[in-house]
Design a protein around this ligand. Structure first.
Ligand SMILES: Cc1cc2nc3c(=O)[nH]c(=O)nc-3n(C[C@H](O)[C@H](O)[C@H](O)COP(=O)(O)OP(=O)(O)OC[C@H]3O[C@@H](n4cnc5c(N)ncnc54)[C@H](O)[C@@H]3O)c2cc1C
Ligand code: SF4
Length: 441
């Protein structure tokens, strides 16, 4: 794991241990009981609430907020988990400004939505801190389902299947469970090993076994699983990344850098450049840029080939980056490097969008650079053999059924997704319900 480059200008331990502790502390700490009660009181408990429609897992938001306001946060947590078993992580990582809070009537009327995400965190933390797992399994059905991948999609699918009394066996190629909850979500959104604790809490349902360091490689593996198991669910995410063909050892994959950070026991061991450029415009680019700053980099620039309004990251995230001192350079594409040693520069060509297409114009800029992080998208690594693929993703119907009977899929690896934790949870859960219906026939 990791592809750290020690080149001139790229150094570990730029900050003191105290500075790392402050920089990587919880960006949005939990509410106290009093704060939660005050916030819950702001909800209008709307009939046909738009926040519910905007939540990909369809949590009954007015109900759980009312349960908080009536002093029953454990019941509120149960309302959340009934729809979203990873409600704790989603409360920390969802771009709520684009989902429930973006649709809240108080956002529309007053630009101040009810803080649904923080209330969700308050409720789920209350139950999880007491180590209560509020579900029991139905009677054993004797069926066993193989789940490939233990990210949000695989975990949500496994939990729902286990609840229905089926047995589950997860195959996970990493030495730990959790997928991008463990290796992708920015460190400051999920502190204190929350992702690991959440997995342990989820497994308390029982009936879920797992094999770590176990890659389901190819069509042959997959077909064997369909013979040995009653159903197969693929939640393999997007394990590969798009790369730029610029021959320089200063170029690194942003997701590898982020994974290294998430798994680090000491941030002081992570080398970071004085001058960093991140190529891309999505959430990964923002996370790489912000975390470079937090590690002590002096100049961080996110370079994106189109305009700000076309960036995949939300305005909220872009503003977070700007607030942390990250610079934004739009309409710029990397072309190559100039100079050498401590004096290397990244050459970027200016672009214009003509008829929706990117055109490079006769204008270049050079930025001093010690490290360049590529955050230009991920792609399917899983070799799906005979599964139908569209635009590089596994084709599924609204129940998560693939083109091969007996195989379901969900999350980032499918063509349904918006590549968010919460949509992966929804798709894993819905596929589990469909598998259950199929096996109960
Ligand atoms: C850097 C980064 C930051 C992000 N930040 C956010 C955020 O703040 N909020 C948000 O909502 N979303 C965020 N996302 C997106 C979110 O993490 C994903 O949409 C979500 O994790 C997808 O879940 P998944 O279960 O489909 O896949 P993953 O989480 O990718 O899990 C797939 C699992 O399958 C395993 N696997 C893969 N191939 C095989 C195989 N052949 N055999 C066995 N196991 C295999 C992998 O090791 C992995 O554990 C971020 C993504 C990235 C990359
Ligand atoms: S839209 Fe806002 S005010 Fe209405 S129920 Fe949802 S959170 Fe409450």
């Amino acid at each position: 794991m990791g592809n750290s480059v020690y080149s001139p200008g790229t150094l570990p331990a730029r900050l003191t241990p105290h500075e790392y502790e402050v920089n990587f502390s919880d960006i949005n700490p939990g509410l106290s009981l009093h704060e939660a009660m005050v916030e819950a009181d702001r909800c209008y408990f709307c009939y046909d609430a738009p926040c519910v429609t905007a939540c990909p897992t369809g949590i009954d938001i007015p109900l759980f907020i009312r349960q908080i306001s009536t002093g029953t946060p454990r019941a509120a947590a149960k309302t959340i988990f009934d729809s979203n078993i990873l409600g704790g992580m989603c409360a920390r990582s969802c771009p709520t400004e684009n989902l429930c809070e973006g649709a809240c009537v108080r956002e529309v009327a007053e630009s101040e939505p009810v803080e649904i995400g923080r209330l969700q965190r308050f409720a789920t933390d209350t139950l999880m801190d007491e180590n209560i797992h509020p579900y029991k399994r139905a009677h054993e059905t004797g069926k066993i389902i193989a789940v490939i991948g233990s990210g949000p999609a695989g975990l949500a699918c496994s939990h729902r299947l286990a609840m229905h009394g089926h047995n589950v066996e997860i195959f996970e190629e990493k030495p730990f469970l959790g997928g991008l909850n463990q290796t992708g979500i920015a460190t400051y959104k999920t502190v204190n090993d929350f992702a690991q604790q959440e997995v342990e809490w989820l497994l308390k349902i029982g009936g879920i076994k797992f094999q770590l360091n176990k890659t389901v490689k190819d069509l042959e593996d997959l077909h064997k699983l369909t013979q040995d198991y009653d159903a197969v669910f693929v939640g393999a995410g997007l394990g590969d990344v798009n790369r730029l063909n610029i021959g320089s050892d200063k170029f690194q994959e942003a997701v590898t850098f982020i994974e290294e950070l998430r798994l680090a026991s000491d941030y002081g061991n992570i080398p970071i450049g004085r001058n960093v450029v991140v190529i891309g415009g999505g959430m990964t680019a923002i996370d790489a840029g912000v975390q470079s700053k937090l590690l002590g980099s002096e100049n961080v620039t996110i370079a994106y080939r189109r305009s700000r309004s076309e960036m995949g990251a939300s305005e909220h995230e872009i503003n977070l980056a700007l607030k942390n001192g990250v610079k934004l350079l739009t309409n710029a594409v990397p072309l190559g490097m100039s100079g050498d040693g401590t004096d290397e520069k990244l050459i970027l060509g200016r672009t214009e969008i003509i008829g929706g297409k990117i055109q490079q114009i006769e204008d270049t800029i050079e930025l001093p650079v010690d490290q360049v992080f590529m955050a230009i998208g991920q792609k399917l690594e899983f070799g799906p053999g005979s599964l139908a693929i569209d635009a590089g993703k596994i084709v599924v119907d609204s129940h998560g059924r693939t083109s091969v009977p007996g195989i379901w899929a969900g999350g980032d690896c499918t063509n349904l997704g918006e590549d968010l934790t919460v949509t992966a949870v929804a798709q894993g859960r819905d596929a589990a319900e469909d598998i259950h219906r199929h096996l109960s026939k």
